[in-house]
Design a protein around this ligand. Sequence first.
Ligand code: TEU
Ligand code: CA
Length: 566
Amino acid sequence: MSEDIGVQVQNLPWWKSAVIYQIYPRSFLDTNGDGIGDLRGIIEKLPYLKSLGVDAIWLGPICSSPNDDMGYDVSDYRQIMDEFGSMDDFDELMKRAKAIGLKVIVDLVLNHSSDEHRWFAEARSSRDNPYRDYYIWRDAKGNGEPSNWESVFSGSTWEFDEHTGQYYLHLYSRKQPDLNWENPVVRGELFDIVQFWIDKGVDGFRLDTITTISKTPGFPDAPVVDPARDHQAATQHYMNGPRMMEFLREFHDKLLSNPALVSIGEAPGATPTQALDLIGEDEGVMDMVIQWEHIESDPGTGGKWAAEWWTVPHFKKTMSAWQKGLAGRAWNTLYLNNHDQPRSVSRFGDDREFHRESATMLATCIHLLQGTPFIYQGEEIGMTNVAFPSIEDYRCVETLNMYRKELSAGQSNEVLLERIHRKSRDNGRTPMQWTAEGNGGFTTGVPWIGVNSNHEIINVQSQETDPSSVLNYYRKLTSLRKLNPIIVIGDYDDVDANSDWIYAYTRTLGDETWLCLNNFAKFDIELPAGLAPESGEVILSNYEDGVRNVMRPFESRVYKYLNTLP
Ligand code: TEU
Ligand code: CA
């Protein structure tokens, strides 16, 4: 690597060359047999995380919570959730992570609190309580709710409070009342909480649903798109709202501008153009956004539960729009999995016949793009969706609410379970599969949600010793990134964008170009002449012995050229 390039990479903020590993603490490792993952479980697995070659861990919410939405409903922002352990455990986790060079990012849920938070208990006690204005209260309009908005988790966003005779707003579950960011006292309280975690030594924040903190004044009705009141229609009144940038600018100037901290805002509904406002290199208010466009690139209109018709060209178009839209102006996050999504190998790959091939192809495709790759726990062994037989086996509030609503509207249990098997967030929340033994080595007790029975085949232990495993392929990817600045800062371009099954793109830095070919089909694809490389060194592939002009099912191949493509 030339000296110039080495210096360029060294001068980047740490999070640009990093790989971030997302932990869903509840499902990672249980060390006391209560069936719930805990901080001591994370401490125990720090050497494993280090061995993956990741640079930072992002911990899903760890604060006190009644767990209506599994920690995304916080009842005390300065305490650790009982089930997860104590603040001493957290301090120890920080110390041990730092000692082995792992950074720690925490998840902050500032759009709403739990209804069991002290503030809300006060607020609902009377109309003139000093905490009343911490939340959003409105009178009935006519005889009905203040607006027709549908909650993300089904039903109205307005919940009537008998005691004080007004409605409060909750974009998510009724146990997640929205905080009133219009109130400067609330912003002050939230910023103090952020400072509390900075003082704890964390390296950054993932800011939950941060683009919904400002709502259209007057709460106008959403256009009625369909009688089912899908929540998408209302999002225009609370996503990227009128004062969002102002609030975030204040947040940035007071706290987030600290260059040692990374700030990653979750931005459902953001387009590349909107993202530039939030994260533009010069004027941005955060470092990166978790955008949803590529993950929701099912072009249907029926909302998340509709049968999807995901296509490779549409996916490529979305990825390219983000790659090109942000190039040189802002920084991408790269991911296909998290705790809100079904497992990518089941969704975009083939979790049976081509499990290893498709898990490694998807990984290659994501990790070689420009941006910071995220690995979600279990992805590194190719964990799959689960198909529990009964609704009783499910835990996710979004899933359960949708089921109840649709069942009472006349839909059958069978149809609803099929949707849930395909799309439920619980697909991504089953316990981490460490071993082939009972409960996958996750717990000695009864797990809070079932362990996928395929842990007998898909688990960390068996993949550790297999050089061709998905796990060891992820290790190859993280180390390749460390050795090759082209992966971090090389320019991106797409190639043959019209191909139905191949996602081909180049990365270029100085006189070096990499061609990354990914076959999303479960059958052979013959490469068109322009794409079939005549020369070039293969630096990475998930198959042995590449065949020049044919890509086998879910094959990935990365070629390196000097000077120019042949
Ligand atoms: O997600 C925000 C969000 O938009 C999701 O609720 C999304 O609409 C849903 O998952 C689609 O299936 C964040 C968290 O990531 C999520 O886990 C929380 O439930 C939500 O905020 C509320 O805090
Ligand atoms: Ca436990």
